[in-house]
Design a protein around this ligand. Structure first.
Ligand code: CO8
Length: 257
């Protein structure tokens, strides 16, 4: 891969955006490579959690403005749909994802963060929707996800002003789970990834599916969705091991194949 560095170790796959000449902007090639890496991780039973981060001072600086500049309206529709479908795939994939936001998360980079399950911000991370300064709107479904994340009034303020916010403010709005000082950043990311990798992968995947299926429904509908997923856990190797470990007063050792 040219623009991604993929490393797998102990059930954790780290995907690093590596396009230093454009501060990790997403062009078509990055999106294609990202799609391949995500499908590979989804199919690899050895991968239990995915971590996304960026090289240098940027997480993702947005969609590639130079590439978009040359496109017609119809080509932009293809480009937007390609990115949006990939982001949706990442949001709903059966494996947990962590965004380790090391720096700029602008435009499409901010939209990418909103597709991940857990977001850990470096103290210098910053977030911005600069689209209004370019005369466009977010195109990887940020208009749909940001209001759900921060509420409509805050989402409108961020999108209408294009104001850049820093990690602490993003944390206060619920965009990221926590902010970590520079020197502890990577350890905190890996510590969270390791805690997740130690748990039952099947239970995590079913919990994630239950939350996604119940996101836009009433609690009365959602309770039956949860019932289905909870029932599906019983009899799985992980449920048998988890219950056995409790009775035997030992730590559960879940399948890693
Ligand atoms: N696209 C392409 N190139 C970029 C991008 C980008 N998004 N961001 C930075 N670069 C390039 C710069 O052009 C520059 O290249 P060069 O040296 O060849 O001129 C290089 O990266 C370094 O950038 P700077 O010199 O500007 O670095 P600074 O540290 O001074 O500034 C910033 C960093 C603040 C991040 C600045 O680069 C910036 O504002 N970048 C643009 C950010 C932006 O507007 N992002 C949103 C893009 S629009 C978007 O994401 C919409 C998503 C959905 C589209 C779906 C299809 C319709």
């Amino acid at each position: 891969m040219k623009h991604l560095i993929v490393e797998k170790k102990n059930g954790i796959e780290v995907i690093t955006f590596h396009r230093p000449e454009a501060l990790n902007a997403l062009n078509s090639q990055v999106l294609t490579e990202l799609g391949e890496a995500v499908e590979d991780a989804a199919a690899d039973p050895g991968v239990r959690v995915l971590v996304f981060t960026g090289e240098g001072k940027s997480f993702i600086s947005g969609a590639d403005i130079h590439e978009m500049d040359a496109k017609t309206g119809l080509e932009i529709i293809d480009y937007s749909r390609k990115g949006a479908a990939l982001f949706r795939r990442i949001e709903t994939m059966p494996k947990p994802t962590i965004a380790a936001v090391n720096g700029y998360a602008f435009g499409g980079g901010f939209e990418f963060v909103l597709c991940t399950d857990i977001r850990i911000a470096h103290e210098k991370a910053s977030f911005r929707f600069p689209e209004v300064s370019l005369g466009i709107v977010p195109g990887f479904n940020g208009t749909q996800r940001l209001p759900k994340c921060v509420g409509m009034a805050r989402a409108k303020e961020l999108m209408f002003t294009g104001r850049r916010i820093f990690a602490e403010e993003a944390c206060g709005m619920g965009i990221v789970n926590r902010v970590v000082p520079a020197e502890q950043f990577w350890d905190a990311v890996m510590d969270t990834a390791e805690q997740i990798a130690d748990q039952s992968a099947s239970a995590i995947s079913l919990a994630k599916a239950a939350m996604a299926a119940g996101e836009d429904v009433s609690v009365d509908v959602g309770k039956d969705i949860e019932l289905g997923y909870m029932t599906a856990c019983f009899g799985t190797p992980d449920q048998l091991e988890g219950f056995a470990s409790f009775k035997e007063k030992r730590k559960a050792v879940f399948r890693r194949d």
